[in-house]
Design a protein around this ligand. Sequence first.
Ligand code: AMP
Length: 209
Amino acid sequence: MNTELTIALAKGRILADTLPLLSRAGIEPVDDLNTSRKLVFATNRDNIKLVLIRSADVATYVQYGAADMGVAGKDILLEHGGEGLYERLDLKIATCRMMTAGFKDKPLPRVRLKVATKYPRITRQFFLDQGRQVELIKLYGSMELAPVVGLADIIVDLVDSGNTLKANGLTPLQLITAISSRLIINRASLKMKNRAINEVVAKIESAIV
Ligand code: AMP
């Protein structure tokens, strides 16, 4: 019998890099994920289906076993904490940097630095490691706006080309960590579906560029 496997994929930037990787691993969705409004997709492999969800939710789906495996950015995994899942492969796709950013020459307050971010856990830890307490302002998007309108002194966000920062008059300041997408696996699935999962992991590993 063929063991059923569900793989969670993140919508957005990561998907564009994930689909060619899966294709090289011999896993092809039967519909076009970029244009379909479906959330669950059959593939050319009878036992493998894909679910398409927001990138911030991939770790949660895999943690609870709603998906056996998933592709998630390291940013999401660090923020999630990684409970209930194994980070199995660095897929070396959707690479970027997590950075602090702000105005180029503006002096920053030494106390009560206000930091706007979608990543409060990573941000708190980064400043704690430097012995600094900061005021965290949790946002869900468009972080670049926060320093411009005076909501925060700096932001913590992902930077790729740097164009988004530049377009808003901001500049990258400190590197927090390099980011890429990872293949994650539910701990219970790895025990129960070991053979099927190892077969898919090996195929994906050999497809990493
Ligand atoms: P860029 O203008 O190329 O520096 O891209 C920055 C914008 O794209 C920011 O809003 C980031 O949050 C987002 N971004 C960049 N790289 C990634 C990635 N690998 N995964 C998710 N979002 C990203």
